[in-house]
Design a protein around this ligand. Structure first.
Ligand code: NYM
Length: 231
């Protein structure tokens, strides 16, 4: 009926290691949805445009030792500060295509090793500790994981100069993503779709478009509310 509430948008998250093609695919997906007259907007984390994001940007571009837990919490705060707008966007019926989120937060921090770590920040950065600051954030309706092995990632050209762009760390990050996938699969709430990101841009794009049309359809027919992360 004319008085029914509008359907909420879907929260679609693209995750993966550095150089897997996420950013390209996020922008292609938004264009694709818009071309079908489906409302969609891109989000990206870290969002370097806020004050918190400015601190994160400085951290990523410098080699100054900074406490790892403090940095982790900044990345998390950068998501929390965006959450109200994100929830509002979805409630208005606009789909969100997001480039990284809490999974990147946990995967990168927990992949740090003693030798990469600041001396003040002793002890293990366990998966549990890393997840806890993101518990309760709006949860994506699905994770699309662009999977690319390290050799393929490096074939795409050298890493830039930013912190974290190192082979050993990236390999551990990929492993952490796999652990987070299995945690979500055990909880049975947030589905993962793993896409082989070594294919051509067009092939990956087509795969993603197929997955996303199902996600949007499911969210529109679902009475389910937007979920919360890891609660
Ligand atoms: N990153 C990203 C984190 O370490 N924690 C987080 O919570 C997020 C969202 O920031 N190497 C890392 C992953 C990347 C780096 O991201 C910058 P991008 O997408 O290259 O701007």
């Amino acid at each position: 009926s004319a008085t029914s509430t509008p359907k909420r948008g879907a929260f679609i998250l693209l995750e993966g290691v550095d150089r897997c093609g996420k950013t390209t695919q996020v922008s292609l997906l938004v264009k694709h949805l818009l071309s079908l007259s489906i409302a969609a907007v891109a989000y990206r984390f870290p969002d370097r445009t806020t004050q918190v994001g400015g601190l994160i940007n400085e951290y990523l571009q410098s080699s100054v030792q900074t406490d790892d837990r403090a940095i982790h919490l900044l990345f998390s705060a950068n998501r929390w500060e965006a959450a109200p707008k994100l929830v509002d966007t979805l409630a208005r019926g606009t789909n969100i295509v997001c480039d990284r989120y809490a999974y990147s937060g946990v995967a990168f921090t927990s992949a740090k090793r003693a030798e990469d770590r600041s001396s003040m920040s002793g002890g293990e950065l366990t998966l549990d500790w890393c997840m806890s600051s993101d518990v309760g954030l709006p949860a994506p309706d699905a994770v699309i994981f662009l999977d690319l092995d390290q050799d393929e990632a490096e074939k795409r050209g050298g890493y830039g100069g930013e912190r974290y762009e190192k082979r050993e760390l990236q390999m551990r990050v990929r492993q952490r993503f796999a652990e987070l996938q299995s945690i979500d699969e055990k909880q049975g709430r947030i589905p993962w779709h793993v896409v082989d990101a070594s294919q051509s841009v067009e092939e990956v794009q087509a795969r993603i478009a197929g997955i996303v049309s199902n996600i949007i359809e499911r969210v529109q027919t679902d009475t389910a509310q937007l979920g919360r992360m890891w609660g």
